[in-house]
Design a protein around this ligand. Structure first.
Ligand code: HEC
Length: 195
């Protein structure tokens, strides 16, 4: 205390007010944050071109989209051969995969028995977009987004996608209860080999 005795500003009833400088470490933080904030303002907040946060965000987004597109280009959506899809319609292992995925992903719109709900009945012989396994594959993979059918080709694994088509084909003529009235054009179902 002794070194401050000469800096007493006021004294009242023995209570002294000193005029002490701010400690050096506190001043260092003060000046440090002032300089940092000025630099931050200039380099990040005010630089609208290269190096701004917005440019960085745009760059990262573009890079991610390019990577996704490159992945799509390297892994094109391949329609399995119709014979494979039809053979799957009587292969229990394939149907198990298809049924499991259907109840998880499709039943909410098409009904648990594919009898139709928001989406059309998939068990009858009428199809809005065609009932060949190839056309069904296209409907499932690319969807009809404008009509409320989402595209699943990039969401569902390729083997599940094929299994879904085989499963839907296997439901032809299953006549579930509470079926939604048929929509679309009459399609003669392709025969399932060996059945
Ligand atoms: C969000 C609701 C919704 C989900 C989920 C959905 N669909 Fe659809 N789906 C629709 C609607 C709505 C249509 C009718 C589109 C139209 O009228 O063009 C449709 C149409 C279809 C068609 C064409 C039917 C025809 O008559 O040509 C097939 C096949 C189909 N969906 C299969 C599936 C499969 C398989 C899944 C699960 C992977 C699925 N959908 C999931 C709503 C859905």
């Amino acid at each position: 205390m002794a070194q401050y005795e000469d800096k007493v500003l006021h004294e009242l009833d023995g209570i002294k007010e000193y005029d002490n400088p701010m400690p050096g470490w506190l001043m260092a933080i003060w000046w440090g944050s002032l300089i940092f904030s000025a630099a931050y303002l200039i380099f990040y907040a005010l630089s609208f071109g290269e190096g701004s946060m917005e440019a960085e965000f745009r760059g990262d987004t573009q890079a991610a989209l390019t990577a996704v597109q490159a992945h799509y280009d390297a892994n094109p959506l391949v329609t399995p051969a119709p014979a494979t899809l039809l053979a799957g319609a009587r292969d229990p292992a394939v149907l198990d995969i298809g049924a499991a995925r259907f109840s998880r992903t499709c039943a909410s719109c098409h009904g648990a028995q594919a009898q139709g709900l928001i989406g059309p009945n998939l068990t009858d012989d009428r199809w809005i977009h065609g009932g060949s396994v190839e056309q069904i594959f296209q409907s499932v993979a690319k969807g009809w987004p404008a009509k409320g059918m989402p595209p699943w080709g990039r969401v569902v694994k390729p083997e599940e996608l094929a299994a879904l088509v085989s499963y839907v084909r296997s439901l032809q003529g299953s006549n579930p209860p509470n079926a939604k009235p048929a929509e679309g054009d009459l399609t003669v179902a392709e025969p399932i080999p060996g059945s």
